[in-house]
Design a protein around this ligand. Sequence first.
Ligand SMILES: *Cc1c(COP(=O)(O)O)cnc(C)c1O
Length: 318
Amino acid sequence: MAALPTYDDVIAAAQRLAGHAHRTPVMTSRIADQECGASVFFKCENFQRTGSFKFRGAFNALSQFDARQRVAGVVAFSSGNHAQAIALSARILDIPATIVMPHDSPAPKLAASREYGAEVLIYDRYSEDREAIGARLARERGMTLIPPYDHPHVVAGQGTAAMEMLEETGPLDALFAPLGGGGLLSGTALAAGALSPGTRIFGVEPEAGNDGQRSLRSGAIVHIDTPTTIADGVQTQHLGVIPFEILRQRVTDVMTVTDAELIECMKFFASRMKIFVEPTGCLGLAAARDYARTHPGQRIGVVISGGNADFAHLLKQA
Ligand SMILES: *Cc1c(COP(=O)(O)O)cnc(C)c1O
């Protein structure tokens, strides 16, 4: 395993990202505060370039390629947001990119990666092993594989979102972030550990895919089948090794929420705060609401992780 990233790596990532990533707003809502009985701060990564925090980790990783890696290019496999993040970062840094994506990815996510100039290869999420496909491309073409979460540079980059948030809010009592493979949550934990060491850190998963909760509670990484959930950004089968090592030291617990709760939160964000948040991006608020009921009056941070979705598909379901 590569050396675990530290808060110093998050600081270095923030310097690489300066002038390339947006410093996204931290929003508050009186209605959210009233409904939760708490002070809630939302870090709005739905406004990040490519529509999710994934740009942070991708750009941080690609900007550390050496000359040979820059020429041979990058390969990534992703259900969507990591793909767009790699594609845009590669374009900015003038690195060729190949993205391996599942056949059922939301149409706008497929289109966006192509629009950013990446080559897109499609595979069947339920019958093929994406990691083997990605590794073969890396071997045959000499490209560097950048995984969506199990990489120290990716983790450090993702940590810059919580770093910015805590710089603005000051210390928080609790912080909630979605949990897929654990890149976002482990980076968040590094930032919070340095900037607000008393903060209780919670990961949030869909009920259908609670492998992270089981992993942290049992002390070993649990593997599951691809979960069926509206939260397509966290349809991961297991935590990354690097994130897991950080999470087991720093995370208080992992909570789960239902798809119905995610839809309620999407409606809340759209109708009350006038922002569009993708289902996965709603995980933090869905769990924070429950937590606030038993912890009144706290200062709570919520990472809104992204705002990309297939609108035509979503509206049909609504
Ligand atoms: C990737 C992603 C997540 C999960 O992040 P991990 O680093 O895999 O835990 C959450 N929300 C959105 C919108 C994502 O794109």
